[in-house]
Design a protein around this ligand. Structure first.
Ligand code: FMN
Length: 375
């Protein structure tokens, strides 16, 4: 790592700055810009949906740290009478445990163990959070988008359109008239649920959801499907990815399901599987956002090579404090410092490595993240 960059790393480790991405571009010639669902971003690192995007203060910390985007916790759809077809997913649980987890290849990684599911508050409360997020997005500081789980019918049953209409109507009112950006989550608990055992049903949901969501979105909608890791083999997993061609983007792939413990998990087994399936299905123009064990810049690049123009982290923000080189700042700031500036595995170090290997070339003196995005 050049000495000017090492000095920058030291400085930012002591005092992080919201405009760090502009700084590395102007001062060090790294253009990390990319986009998510058509919205330009200064860099590819965002926060995945979950317990770290439940409250306005969390979004404020993310905006202050110069995080690129945050996907809100998944809200469970409901109709005008408050009936929720996926109501088993709206349960309350607060305790999260950060644990080590061994992968079959022998590497030990990190996972967050938690027994909860979706947003456990009201739809109105969720919409207030969406509004708080819109204020950050309009200020140009942090793109915030909602995540939903809507009715997923078994074979022979129709989608409950009243649930789509009511939930998406409420989100639209909170969002405003601009194109509504939205993620739909399938979740690992669904993979472990009797509903997730029929391959045909899963493929039907993936195929039909984008159209259903657009039909009830009350205006233009751009939808990303966050695909689960189903309990079937890699060939089926690749089939799910192909079946999602009708979505504007895919977020790939949510955590693995541990049948024995009845919990979702991550770590190296998750990223190994995700990266293998992504490599097996070269990107065909569709946008991809990678999720699963993105705990270093090297992992950002692994996902990018397989077509992911952004990444979504959850566990990376929750590591024991000793895992972060930065001695000060919010968890968001320390995580960005780790992912971008680590001298061995940070995004900038890996981009320089790629340049040295002749796989990444400068344009007008700049190394561009988007040139790493495959195929
Ligand atoms: C405690 C916890 C809660 C989560 N809740 C959600 C959720 O509500 N919706 C969703 O789409 N993903 C959820 N996820 C999955 C994360 O968004 C992320 O995709 C996954 O954990 C993989 O990333 P990671 O390896 O960085 O943790 C959750 C993950 C954790 C650890």
């Amino acid at each position: 790592m050049p000495s000017t960059l090492s000095a920058e790393r030291e400085r930012l480790g002591r005092e992080w700055r919201r405009d760090w991405a502009e700084q590395v571009r102007a001062g060090h010639r790294f253009d990390l810009s990319t986009s998510l669902l058509g919205v330009p971003l200064l860099h590819p690192i965002g926060k995945a949906s979950g317990q770290l995007s439940l409250r306005p203060e969390q979004l404020q910390h993310d905006a202050d740290a110069g995080l690129s985007f945050a996907v809100l916790k998944t809200v469970i759809g409901e109709d005008a009478a408050g009936a929720r077809s996926m109501g088993e997913w709206a349960i309350h649980e607060t305790r999260m445990v950060v644990e080590r987890r061994d992968a079959p290849g022998g590497r030990t990684g990190w996972t967050v163990t938690w027994k909860g599911r979706g947003w456990d508050g009201t739809l109105a409360g969720y919409c207030a959070l969406v509004e708080a997020g819109r204020a950050h997005s309009r200020a140009g500081h942090l793109l915030v988008l909602p995540s939903v789980k809507l009715h997923l019918p078994p074979a022979g049953e129709e989608f409950r359109e009243a649930e789509f209409a009511h939930t998406l109507g409420a989100l639209r009112a909170a969002w405003g008239a601009e194109p509504l950006l939205l993620e739909h989550d399938f979740s690992p608990t669904l993979a472990g649920d009797p509903r997730g055992r029929e391959r045909e049903d899963i493929l039907r949901w993936i195929d039909e959801l984008p159209g259903m969501i657009r039909a009830h979105g009350g205006g233009p909608v751009r939808v990303a499907l966050k695909l689960m890791n189903a309990t079937f083999d890699d060939a089926f997993q690749a089939g799910m990815l192909r079946a999602a061609a009708g979505a504007d983007a895919v977020t790939v792939f949510n955590r693995l399901w541990d049948k024995g413990r009845g919990v979702a998990y991550g770590g190296w087994e998750l990223s190994d599987r995700n990266l293998a399936v992504l490599a097996a299905v070269p990107r065909d123009g569709q946008e991809r956002s990678g999720t699963g064990n993105v705990i270093s810049g090297r992992q950002v690049v692994e996902y990018a090579r397989r077509g992911c123009s952004t990444v979504q982290c959850h566990t990376a923000f929750q590591l024991p404090l000793g895992e972060y080189a930065a001695g000060a700042g919010s968890r968001t700031a320390r995580t960005l410092h780790r992912l971008v500036f680590d001298p061995a595995d940070g995004l900038l170090a890996v981009m320089l490595e790629e340049e040295k290997a002749g796989r990444l070339h400068r344009h007008d003196g700049e190394l561009r993240f988007r040139d790493l995005v495959g195929p």
